[in-house]
Design a protein around this ligand. Structure first.
Ligand code: ADP
Ligand code: MG
Ligand code: MG
Length: 208
């Protein structure tokens, strides 16, 4: 069982739709502990990705992901542009020339992406960032390598949801929210939420 290039393209397309639908929700989360632009940032970036997709949809998975990363990097400002841009550019490295991915290959791809975010942003688990969600996802995927792609991703979606919610009681130690100190406690992190939404769309695409 694999995930195909068509499913990867589908993932990016439906993510663009979800970030459009959830723009206000993400921006409201960022209003509480940031500068009220996370929904705007994600929607702007992914609409550009959606525009670009037809021109690369027949290329290999690595090229599609790299193009996605470059597009996000150049179209989103703030912290999340470079971080999500890096995520996709690093994702691309191990899947160049591939038309489909096994669960092991998909897991490595996502791990490389998460490692790129950590190298760039220096956040650790528990700092109340998107890294908390990605860490929950990666821990789960590594424990379920014998499952089908869809089953492994579904179990990881549940872990991603818990990890996202676990950011609520945390005090932010990275990014804008960290300027609030203890006042950042009690709010769900916007980036942990967008990472959950993005990963959920990957699971959904794997079912098609
Ligand atoms: P900005 O804070 O520049 O306005 P966004 O609002 O788009 O950018 O994104 C904010 C999100 O970025 C946060 O909720 C957090 O999850 C994530 N983030 C911020 N700094 C870091 C970092 N150093 N490492 C990982 N994620 C980070
Ligand atoms: Mg912001
Ligand atoms: Mg901003």
């Amino acid at each position: 069982m694999t995930i195909t290039k068509q499913q990867i393209v589908q993932w990016l397309e439906t993510s663009a739709d979800v970030f459009k639908d959830e723009q206000d929700f993400l921006t409201e989360l960022d209003r509480e502990i940031g500068d009220a632009d996370h929904g705007l940032n994600m929607n702007r970036g992914f609409q550009k990705v959606k525009e670009k997709l037809p021109s690369v949809a027949d290329k290999d998975i690595g090229t599609i992901l790299k193009t996605t990363g470059m597009t996000l990097l150049s179209s989103i400002g703030g912290a999340s542009g470079p971080l999500y841009g890096t995520f996709f550019i690093r994702n691309a490295a191990s899947v160049m020339a591939k038309e489909e991915l096994s669960l092991a290959e998909l897991t490595k791809m996502l791990q490389d992406g998460m490692d790129g975010i950590v190298q760039r942003g220096k956040a650790e688990v528990g700092d109340k960032t998107m890294i908390d969600t990605w860490n929950g996802i990666m821990e789960s995927l590594k424990q379920n390598q014998d499952a089908s792609v869809y089953d492994a991703l579904s179990i990881a979606v549940a872990e991603a949801e818990s990890a996202m919610k676990n950011t609520i009681p945390m005090q932010a130690r990275k990014g804008r929210a960290s300027y609030l100190g203890e006042r950042s406690i009690g709010h769900q992190d916007p980036g942990a939420t967008s990472a959950y939404l993005l990963f959920t769309e990957l699971r959904n695409a794997s079912a098609l």
